[in-house]
Design a protein around this ligand. Structure first.
Ligand code: PEP
Ligand code: MG
Length: 689
């Protein structure tokens, strides 16, 4: 028997040793003889050296001839090797059979499915010198046209936005704003004119400059806005080059999308297709794409670095959006164990979903207040849907970071009044600007500080930049009549600062009175307690504040001298450090004594084990990451508060975090065995993975 077929070498590395070795290995399994021919030369397909001597780079056409037994099956397997690129990845590496990768989980859930690559590689641009005025004018027109097209595309995306992510339409608005920002638009036009270079090259240089500015920024959240700038510029570059992006629309089966990075526009498109999960090489928890996919309930793992290289189209994947684990081509035992995890997760999720709109009341009748921390207006709706009884922390930095100017009063007012309306009758605790001067888009070129965490930031910045501060306060006060606001000053380290901030606030109130503008005169004014000096004088501050909210993210950083963004010392960031717990306790006691509300809004408020500790320290109000709300509510509804307090007495006497954690975990397991014995979700506060 004889079988002859033409085969094409499609793998990046061509028919090199590895591929040739696989052919020889295959040939040895059959009682048949394989010959490979390229052009006029035919060689023995069972000899690795003969195959190599054919010199077949990618793109070569080869004729395979098999003579002997089982030729059809042999040929099919041979063809399979060629079409599977001999197991080589897109970037020309070889892939081991089963492989586990670890990234950052940004949207929970477990899925098992086939990989689908989405080409989001950067548009290649080359440098071209423009020869005369006419060419310059032509290039400027071309650039403006590409920008207009981008605006139109964004407008279309916005009008097609799926209901679940409607609230995120502002991301597309942000992209439109970036398109018009002078750092991008004007500077590119200037470069085309002055340096007489083509539009793509000029745009790339403007983007590089913005990259350099953002590089100085140490705040992950702000630095990530660079993703938005990149996505916008890529859109314009594609328009300039007349290239259509690889689309998701044509996908007919359910797949797990693998891409270098994805923009919010991709997510808008994704919803209409069969996307079970998403993996990207880059990205972070705070990227808009991450936030949106969580709203769509698509499990996502980002920051995998080489996912696009390691994963081939049609590889079988397991994506664990709870842990960040990705298994490529799992064996059957792994699949069975993940199927089981998936079932348990889905059961758990529907259980907590059922309780999210029920009150957070312990079995012995104590009401616990559960609110949400949010960073954009768009999160207000997901917050309500997750069962939050108001917003316990509205971080107001976003509008200050997206443009190169400070936002004006009207922009702030529009945002604040909308949020007030949406959350009413529940309260919104709105925090004044908490940002370092060198982290602000508008101020990026100011002097750098050696220790920004200890520098001119937050309330200190606001007390220095009175105009900026007053504008924000005016917008907050004006918006306060549309709902129920509580105003909170961050990073207060002493009484003088708080009184000064209140004095400025009163000045703004007087000016509103003069203009006969309404505002809520009863709006409570509180302090975000996040500096150890403030915890020490909590008794003094409590006499002047209407409420306290404890910000443990910073409190832990300042109390333990651990930079919260420095991975080198991450292991020393100990929420259960006895010093931290004593500080929290001191603030609760001081607040109780003066009869003011005390809540806690650090990340630990979303961690079940920590919440047990905090309940035992007397806290009854928590504000947390939206994703944690249903789980914490479920836990509270199963707890007798009395038993928590009785069980954890003595905790403040324990000497180390380790001892405290062991002690609490033991108690937790006996109080709620189902929750704390379960290893699937043994808990990781969101963002600390
Ligand atoms: C905190 O510091 O705990 C806090 C809630 O604020 P942020 O995380 O925004 O600093
Ligand atoms: Mg803080």
């Amino acid at each position: 028997m004889e079988e002859i077929r033409s085969l094409k070498v499609i793998n990046e590395l061509g028919m090199h040793a590895r591929a040739a070795g696989q052919i020889v290995g295959l040939a040895s399994k059959y009682k048949a003889k394989l010959f490979l021919r390229k052009d006029a030369r035919e060689v023995d397909g069972s000899s690795i050296l003969s195959i190599l001597s054919l010199a077949c780079p990618k793109g070569s056409e080869i004729e395979a001839r098999i003579v002997g037994k089982d030729v059809k099956k042999f040929m099919e397997e041979l063809e399979g090797l060629f079409s599977a690129k001999f197991g080589e990845t897109a970037g020309g590496h070889y892939r081991p059979k089963k492989k586990i990768m670890k990234g950052f989980p940004v949207s929970p859930g477990i899925v098992i499915g086939k990989a689908h690559h989405l080409d989001r590689s950067k548009t290649q641009i080359s440098h071209r010198k423009l020869l005369n005025r006419k060419e310059v004018d032509g290039e400027i027109d071309r650039f403006k046209h590409a920008v207009d097209m981008a605006k139109e595309q964004l407008r279309k995306f916005k009008s097609n936005i799926p209901e679940q992510v409607e609230g995120y339409a502002f991301v597309l608005d942000t992209h439109s704003m970036i398109l018009e920002d002078s750092l991008l638009l004007d500077s590119t036009l200037k470069r085309i004119r002055k340096e007489k270079i083509n539009a793509g090259w000029a745009l790339e240089r403007s983007v590089n400059k913005i990259h350099r500015l953002f590089k100085e920024v140490e705040d992950d959240y702000i630095a990530r806005r660079m993703d938005d700038v990149d996505s916008v510029s890529e859109r314009v570059l594609r328009n300039l080059a007349g290239v259509q992006p690889d689309s998701l629309e044509g996908i007919k089966e359910e797949v797990i999308v693998v891409a270098h990075s994805l923009s919010p526009c991709d997510i808008v498109e994704i919803n209409v297709s069969n996307v079970m999960g998403i993996l990207t090489d880059v990205g972070s928890r705070t990227s808009h794409m991450a936030i949106m996919s969580e709203a769509l309930e698509i499990p996502v793992v980002v920051g995998l670095e080489s996912a696009t290289d390691m994963i081939l189209d049609s590889d079988l994947l397991i994506v664990d959006g709870n842990t960040g684990e990705v298994v490529i081509n799992p064996d059957s035992d792994t699949i069975i164990s993940y199927e089981d995890r998936k079932k348990r997760y889905n059961r758990y999720k529907s259980a907590i979903d059922r309780v999210r709109h029920l009150p957070a009341e312990t079995v012995d009748g104590h009401k616990i207040k559960i609110q949400a921390n949010i960073e954009f207006l768009a999160e207000a709706r997901p917050a309500i849907e997750s069962g939050a009884e108001g917003i316990g922390l509205y971080r107001t930095e976003y509008l200050y970071m997206i443009k190169s100017d400070f936002p004006d009063e009207q922009t702030l007012f529009d945002d604040y009044s909308q949020i007030a309306r949406m959350i009413a009758p529940n309260p919104v605790t709105i925090r004044t600007l908490d940002i370092a001067s060198d982290r602000m888009a508008s101020d990026m070129q100011t002097t750098r500080e050696d220790n920004p965490a200890l520098g001119l930031r937050s309330i200190r910045f606001c007390l220095n930049e009175r105009k900026v501060f007053r504008t924000q306060l005016r917008a907050i006060l004006r918006a306060s009549v549309y709902g129920k606001f509580r105003l909170m000053f961050p990073m207060v380290s002493g009484l003088g600062q708080f009184l000064e901030a209140k004095r400025i606030l009163r000045g703004v109130m007087r000016s509103l009175d003069r203009n006969r503008i309404e505002y809520d005169r009863e709006m409570p004014i509180g302090i975000l307690i996040e500096i150890p000096s403030a915890t020490s004088i909590a008794d003094i501050l409590a006499k002047h504040a209407d409420f306290f909210s404890i910000g443990t993210n910073d409190l832990i950083q300042y109390a333990l001298a651990i930079d919260r963004d420095n991975e080198q010392v991450a292991h020393l960031y100990e929420p259960f450090h006895p010093a931290v717990l004593r500080m929290i306790h001191q603030v609760v006691e001081a607040g109780n004594k003066e009869g003011i509300d005390v809540s806690l809004c650090g990340e630990i408020a979303g961690d079940p084990l920590s919440v047990l500790v905090l309940l035992s320290l007397g806290l009854k109000e928590f504000s947390m990451n939206i994703g944690s709300i249903p789980l914490i509510k479920e836990m509270i509804r199963m707890l007798p508060l009395r038993d928590v307090r009785d069980g954890l007495t003595g905790i403040l006497g324990l000497p180390t975090s380790k001892k405290i954690e062991d002690f609490v975990l033991r108690r937790a397991k006996s109080l709620l065995p189902d929750m704390f014995e379960e290893d699937v979700f043994r808990y990781r506060p969101p963002g600390t993975a």
